[in-house]
Design a protein around this ligand. Sequence first.
Ligand code: IMP
Length: 190
Amino acid sequence: MPRLVVATGNPGKLAELQAYLNDTGWELALKPPELEIEETGTTFLENARLKASQIALATGEWAIADDSGLAVTALNGAPGLYSARYGATDAERINRVLTGLAGQGDRSAHFICALVVVRPDGTVAAEAEGICPGEITEEPRGQNGFGYDPIFGVPELGCTYAEMSAAQKHDLSHRGRAIALLKPQLAALG
Ligand code: IMP
């Protein structure tokens, strides 16, 4: 089974993906640290395709990339593609969303995750998009997770991403849903 190079320098992300994709038989590897890719796409899927194909072409190996973010309806889809850059720290980013929604009746939002696998020649072999609908809470709640987790409430469970266990979050999160859609495609490629 060939290796899949992950378009991340973050060993945590690699370990998480490896755990989810273990039973597909693919072995995951970190991208070479000197490879930096600009995210110039206009959608999450475009950005994931861009990252994966550049890594594949540079390494000559199969590659996988993800791109994800939070879209808030009353903020016209912001922070969207700028989720990671919406402020200098998680606290600032969260505060900016809460401030932007002050006095707003509509607190609906969704998280999106796009995952793309490309062949060594840079062509797309598999892709999936997972969406988790929810609503922005009035204030942060919970200690788990990262990023916007404390203000993303999932009505189905009556709690925020940050109040869920890792297993619960995996089952219903945007990333979990994208992985579930990608897995059968990936297994078929092997
Ligand atoms: P990426 O690493 O370029 O995909 O950026 C994703 C950004 O979206 C992160 O920096 C977070 O701010 C946000 N994000 C994506 N997924 C999650 C999640 O599961 N919980 C909280 N924030 C997330």
